[in-house]
Design a protein around this ligand. Sequence first.
Ligand SMILES: NC(=O)c1ccc[n+]([C@@H]2O[C@H](COP(=O)([O-])OP(=O)(O)OC[C@H]3O[C@@H](n4cnc5c(N)ncnc54)[C@H](OP(=O)(O)O)[C@@H]3O)[C@@H](O)[C@H]2O)c1
Length: 252
Amino acid sequence: MNQSPVEHFFLITGTTRGIGKALTAAALALPNSFVVSLSRAAPFLWDNRQNIRIDLNDTDRIGAAFKRIQMSRQQTNRLTHTVLINNAGVLDPIAPIGDCEDTLLAQNIRVNLTAPLILARHFFHFSRPFPGRKWIVNITSGASRAPYYGWSAYGAAKAGLDMATRAMAMEFSRIDATFTVCAVAPGTVDTAMQEKIRNCSVQQFEQVDKFLKLKDSGALASPEHAATALIRLMMNGRFKNGGRYDLRELKW
Ligand SMILES: NC(=O)c1ccc[n+]([C@@H]2O[C@H](COP(=O)([O-])OP(=O)(O)OC[C@H]3O[C@@H](n4cnc5c(N)ncnc54)[C@H](OP(=O)(O)O)[C@@H]3O)[C@@H](O)[C@H]2O)c1
């Protein structure tokens, strides 16, 4: 493994595809970066890239995952940015809540809300001894603010994540002013999640037509565009502590 000093350390969840995969590439493009992903893919470690295998449904295993991060103490001396991006997300179950399975409802809240909170808590303790600035970026959604028929668990989890962002921003920065906690909505991005939405029946998801039209009109952003915008805006200090941002509304 590369033992040279790290300037930009990223811990990113949900990196097997979509926005998380593009965020990993954008983070790796920064000088002297080290990117650790938490995903359900096979574990690996080479050069400045590590994957730790974890199903974020197993929230009891999150703390142990931090102990597997392969960055030596000497490598952390020159850190300028230490970043957690809570990106992994799941839409299922997509249906009016009366038709949803109990297990899927519980899993949705675990992956979209419980896991990011536990990750943020461990990241706070993990990163505090490091020099430089620390960021926790929670990936939210327009569904945190407007109810969508058929997305009750997803909308509730993202609304909870927005509120948790504001609370953690107060708490962490009061203890340590080097922390910034914010929420970022990526806009409508051309990923497997959007494909899943377009494949819904109207009975499952009333607004399916709106999403079919967005795809047909070429209105979806690419994951690479969303990821590059997010990393650039963060590095340029555009995200303030406790803020909630929509990438579509920001110039970069
Ligand atoms: N795409 C959009 O238009 C849009 C809009 C608003 C917000 N968002 C948010 O953006 C984030 C990324 O979405 P996306 O569009 O890139 O979705 P995606 O293509 O469906 O990718 C979701 C990622 O989350 C991972 N994941 C899901 N459940 C997991 C679990 N239990 N444990 C570990 N990893 C898990 C998936 O890994 P596996 O391969 O293992 O399933 C995958 O890497 C999500 O938080 C989503 O809510 C997306």
